[in-house]
Design a protein around this ligand. Sequence first.
Ligand code: PMP
Length: 443
Amino acid sequence: GTNNLQGYAPICLGLEDFYTRRLYLRIQDCFGRPIASAPDAWFNVVERYSNDNNKTLKRTSKLSRCLNLGSYNYLGFAAADEYCTPRAIESLKKYSPSTCSSRVDGGTTVLHNELEKCVADFVGKPAAIVLGMGYVTNSAILPVLVGKGGLIISDSLNHNSIVNGARGSGATIRVFQHNTPSHLEEVLREQIADGQPRTHRPWKKIIVIVEGIYSMEGELCKLPEIIAICKKYKVYTYLDEAHSIGAVGKTGRGVCELLGVDTADVDIMMGTFTKSFGSCGGYIAGSKELIQYLKYTCPAHLYATSISPPAAEQIISAIRVILGEDGSNRGAQKLARIRENSNFFRSELQKMGFEVLGDNDSPVMPVMLYNPAKIPAFSRECLKQNVAVVTVAFPATPLLLARARICISASHTKKDLMKALEVISQVGDLVGIKYFPAEPKKQ
Ligand code: PMP
């Protein structure tokens, strides 16, 4: 599974030598040819990202621009922005690129406090804590929230950072079938009887973990049903909104807003700034007591350098644009645009006969390839025509469920999308991945 923007993803095989019983790794292209510089083939070099409508530059014998359908730049903020960029540059001059200190040792600037307040207000919680990396937010916070004697009930397709945090916590882990509330209830019922109070249960604490939009499936969480079950069994909920915060909901406030869930019903709200906000870092938002506790106990807060000031300023400014506090209606336009673009692209792909996973309004669009051997050909042929797509396969997906994962951005124009559809359609025919006839053939 790789962000295979350049289209040269090799196929990686773990083979066992029959005679020596030694395991070795063989990396080959889709024609079975070994790739000499194999390890580096996974790390594609993108020459640079440019400002104009989510284009990126590929590096071949000569530089050429290509349409980026791979990165999570949902609202188009990962580019020079008329409001965010001058502010990020000012903060760079004022604070430098790094605080070179942890939050407790001089790494808390005015910006850091402002960012946490701004994020808490935006997501609708009393307080928030910000860490320098989204991945670490899950993997370092979960072990602080729950430990031995606790129980984590996790969606089977939760992100690796959640899996890592859950394993590191020492809590018992149970997995429920992806986005299936009835199975979550079954798992819970095995552990506790209906309505048993929190103090009379075999577990010190129970946390149910879900994602707002699943990053490999493009699917919205069945949050209202899941919340109802969590309330019934009096267990905590942890919601990772990496792909939904900023990207969905009338004012960009994520799946709670989109699905009509009261944020008071979600105990722990997590998200990252690397998608809709065009920056980096992650947050946890919750009650004042919870955040205070995390600030004094989470090692990644106490011992890691605080988020870079220009990155913090980028997030604050992007939220101001989304809320219209920059004095323009660009934020509202971006939100309308990503919704329109996503729904248009998904329905056009389906009309062409592609199998596309996920729900309406979701900017994440997995196009099923199934056979992992089709991956390199699909992305390489798209790239030849200057359309960069990301393909994902095992271990990020089950072995025979390889897919191209298209991410739509508010900064894609209609013309961009039309070109992408044309290229993807041609490549789909070439590689043989159209599974449904668009219309019944007339005789
Ligand atoms: N949670 C989810 C659901 C993700 O998809 C990702 C990464 N794409 C992360 C957490 C980690 O976030 P980051 O890339 O910002 O470190």
